[in-house]
Design a protein around this ligand. Structure first.
Ligand code: SF4
Length: 70
């Protein structure tokens, strides 16, 4: 989300954070979540199973129970 451009940029010189890695070839997509090679929060399940869309979100983390705070 940090790489999402904003109209509120203070300067045209502002550098957006980059997501490490490269986009996969569309002819050779990775198994599981297509984003797992570049995702810093990938779970073991992400390499095996594509996440389902739930409420417009497709991410295994969205299925996880909320962490207790405090
Ligand atoms: S399912 Fe979510 S956590 Fe897993 S690799 Fe994809 S974006 Fe990352």
């Amino acid at each position: 989300m940090a790489a999402t451009p904003s109209l509120d940029l203070v300067s045209v010189d502002t550098v957006l954070p980059q997501i490490p890695g490269s986009m996969p070839s569309l002819a050779n997509l990775p198994p599981g979540c297509r984003f797992h090679p570049r995702c810093g929060d990938a779970l073991p399940a992400c390499r095996l199973t594509a996440p389902s869309f739930i409420d417009g979100v497709a991410c295994h983390l969205y299925d996880q129970p909320a962490q207790e705070v405090g």
